[in-house]
Design a protein around this ligand. Structure first.
Ligand SMILES: *Cc1c(COP(=O)(O)O)cnc(C)c1O
Length: 366
């Protein structure tokens, strides 16, 4: 092979590294010679999928020879009803990750600046580089977004700003007042993507609901997902809500059938599965307390989290601790790639899974 195909890629893609995900659990169990691995690594709903969603997905399987409804008519109607939106404001995606990509593809030119926070969700960097745009990473404040500094970073070249509330992997959140002050400073031609992947878990006073801001800010795009609290990560469904013109643009670059049929059906069912929603929230609230208290007993500092995961400081390089935990049958997420080499992120599991994690931590640190 005499041609260098990497050199043929666009400038941004040349600088990208593929996103690494973990090995399948069964493979890991085989390699390590252990069983009953507990996976607390990807912020999934530990209850498993809801019954209503599962039933709807199964029914949809009967029609697998048909293309899905490319317009997502029923799911958009259900979202509109539940959140008092209009279908013309909604774009559906193959996970909300798909929507972040579509925003980049539709709006980012080579060399445009994209602002996001230090320790922010990794996909913002991937989207930016994938479009050969220029990442502008703003230092975090106590691991959270410094929205004032992010507004200060806006230049003539800025086209998109990604903010996550709460943020992954830190679990930090910002107050209504901070969002108000920030949005008031962003010019109309700069798009603000407010990523609310964990919104369903947050109960804090003063936490802003992104949908409440759409009427006032035409440059705002709110993204949400069915992967986290709704328990459908494997099906890949997310949605973006914005003004109809932005939605129109996103729909131009979207694959015509980007969300599959079982996913559309399951998401619609999950949306109004009130028992599952309630159970998921209370399980998470209990787990947050359980893990926070357990880590405190181990003298480990956790970043206060309002989501379904906790990042904590190991006080030393976290990679060896991650590996030792693996041998104890507990998978967590090292976040050195997020500039946090001494931290690990653990997803909230069921009570007994959280206990397994805490006991493994104690053993590994001893
Ligand atoms: C998990 C996550 C997403 C997207 O997940 P999808 O499965 O693609 O919907 C988006 N943003 C943040 C901050 C996340 O943690």
């Amino acid at each position: 092979m005499s041609c260098d195909y990497i050199a043929l890629a666009t400038p941004g893609v040349q600088t990208l590294k593929p996103y690494l995900t973990g090995k399948p659990i069964e493979e890991l169990e085989r390699e390590l010679g252990i069983r009953n691995i507990v996976k607390l690594a990807s912020n999934e709903n530990p209850l498993g999928p809801g019954k209503l969603a599962l039933h709807a997905a199964r029914q949809a399987l009967e029609q697998l020879h048909r293309y899905p409804d490319g317009a997502g008519f029923h799911l958009k109607a259900a979202l509109s009803e539940k959140f008092n939106l209009r279908p013309e404001q909604i774009t559906l995606g193959n996970g909300s990750n798909d929507l972040l990509e579509l925003i980049g593809r539709a709006f980012l030119n080579r060399g445009d600046e994209v602002i996001f926070s230090q320790h922010a969700f990794a996909v913002y960097m991937l989207v930016t580089l994938g479009c050969s745009a220029k990442p502008v990473e703003v230092p975090a404040q106590l691991f959270g977004h410094d929205l004032a500094a992010m507004a200060d970073a806006i230049t003539e070249r800025t086209r998109v700003i990604f903010i996550a509330n709460p943020n992954n992997p830190t679990g930090t959140w910002f107050h209504k007042h901070a969002l108000d002050a920030f949005l008031a400073r962003v010019p109309e031609h700069v798009l603000v993507v407010l990523d609310e992947a964990y919104v369903e878990y947050v109960e804090e006073d003063g936490y802003p609901n992104g949908f409440d801001y759409l009427g006032r800010y035409s440059n705002l795009i709110v993204t949400r997902t069915f992967s986290k609290m709704y328990g459908l990560a494997g099906l890949r469904v997310g949605y973006a809500v914005a003004n109809p013109q932005i939605t129109n643009v996103l729909n131009r670059v979207r694959q015509p059938f980007n969300v599959n049929a079982p996913a559309l059906a399951a998401a619609q069912a999950a949306l109004n599965d009130v028992n599952y929603i309630e159970d998921s929230k209370s399980e998470n609230t209990a787990g947050l307390v359980q893990i926070t208290e357990g880590l405190t007993k181990l003298n480990l500092h956790a970043i206060p989290s309002v989501a379904n995961f906790i990042a904590f400081d190991c006080g030393r390089p976290a990679q060896p601790i991650y590996e030792a935990l693996l041998h104890e049958g507990v998978i967590v997420r090292p976040i050195g790639g997020y500039g946090m080499p001494n931290h690990l992120r653990v997803s909230i599991g069921l009570g007994e899974e959280n206990e397994r994690f805490l006991q493994a931590m104690q053993k590994v640190l001893a």
